[in-house]
Each structure stands twice: as structure tokens, then as C-alpha cells.
Design a binder for this molecule. Sequence first.
Ligand code: ADP
Ligand code: TYD
Length: 211
Amino acid sequence: MSAKGAFISFEGIDGSGKSTQARLLAERLRAEGHDVVLTREPGGSPGAEEIRALVLQGDPDRWSAETELLLFTAARRDHMERLILPAISAGKIVICDRFADSTRLYQGLSRGDLRATVDQLHDLMIGREPDLTILIDMDPETGLARAKGRQGVEERFEDFGTDLQQKMRAGFLGLAKEFPHRFHTIDGGRPIEIVAHDVHALAQSHLTSSL
Ligand code: ADP
Ligand code: TYD
């Protein structure tokens, strides 16, 4: 049904409901007849999933900030080459749980100011932004409590704690101002179905204006 591909990313702090909303949006768009690829970062392709384990597990100080940035960028490049770009070219809607805006913040801001390096590497190795970025904004205390409730092994970043989450929330709102043409912010502190309704309306309006 989609004549032209589309690339939608979800961003927000840990536990804000990105994965939940990305899945619900994919289900609704598929039910409407769209060809949808639901994916995530870090990961999304076999090679990038291997890098995911390297960056998300283990000691928070396992990698230097620069090495970590290279690993995230390597994972993204593989994901782009093997999954995202071919799917968009085939006219599919790609929904990605986190993308380069997460790198701009987590690697660009959390351990010193690496934002300029992040942007340079992005231009050199990735060179593409999503058409629509849905920021699920919410209070970091609630987000962290939700994320901790999952009790997984991928806690390298969650272990940085509430201070980092506060900084990330402010950072995401800053990116929304920096890239107003593609960023749309949705209040994630409401029941899942209500958030999902707003997310779907936003995606619909983007798709009808661009497809
Ligand atoms: P993220 O991908 O942003 O880290 P998730 O979608 O994995 O967030 O959600 C984290 C946890 O919070 C999950 O257990 C999920 O079921 C729950 N959750 C997600 N959205 C909401 C919401 N709007 N209200 C209450 N709980 C939610
Ligand atoms: P994710 O699996 O989306 O975690 P959550 O569901 O808790 O939001 O992402 C895992 C962590 O990876 C998250 O804490 C943010 C971090 N991350 C980066 O630091 N840089 C990046 O480029 C990406 C995509 C994620």
C-alpha cells in the first residue's frame, strides 16, 4: 500500500514507553495494510545485535566515551546497510526504537561534550535522519522505575541513574527544538492506549502528507 518508503524513529529516556509504542504503531499500521519493518537500536541486524551486547552489558566504565561512540556508529552503519535502507527503497515503513538522536545525547553529552564528533561521524558514516521522530517525553523518576522493573542484564546506561536521565530528558527536548521539522513530542506519562492514539494520529498525518 505504501507507494514510498518512510522512516520513523522513537526517542526518549529509558522506560518512557518507546518499545511499547513502536510495537503498537507497527501493529496498527500493518492492520491498515502498510508494509512495516519494526526494528531497534543498538541492534536491528545480526552484526549490530552482536555489538549491542558489547555496549549494553558489563561495567559502566567498560569503554572510553570515544570507543563507545565508534561501536554505536558501527552498529548503526550495519543496520542501515542491511535493513533500513533496503526496506525504505522497497517502499516499506521502517519504525526504529531509538536512532542517531540517542547517540547525540548519550554519547554526545553524558561523558563530556562529544556532540561535534558525534555529528561529524554521523555525516561521514550514516548521512540520513528519520523523516519523523516521535519523542515520548516523561518524568525520569517514573521512567527509571519502569525500566528497572524489567530487571534485565542490559543496564550499563540505566546504572548511570536519575541525574543522567534528567539530563537526557532536557537534552531530548533541546533536540526537538533543534530539529522542529521532524521532531514531535508526546506526553508519555499517560495510559498506554491514550499515548498510542496520539502516536498513531501523528504517524497518519505524516504518512498522508508524504506518501
Ligand atoms: P522504553 O522502550 O522506552 O524503555 P518500554 O516500552 O519498554 O519503554 O516500557 C517500560 C515499561 O513500562 C514496560 O514494562 C511497559 O509495559 C511499561 N509502560 C510503557 N508505557 C507505559 C504507560 N504509558 N503507562 C504505564 N506503564 C507503561
Ligand atoms: P534501549 O534498549 O532502547 O533501552 P530502553 O528500552 O531502556 O530505553 O537502549 C539501551 C540503552 O542504549 C539506552 O540506555 C540508551 C543507550 N543508547 C546509547 O547510549 N546510544 C545510542 O546511540 C543508542 C541507540 C542507545
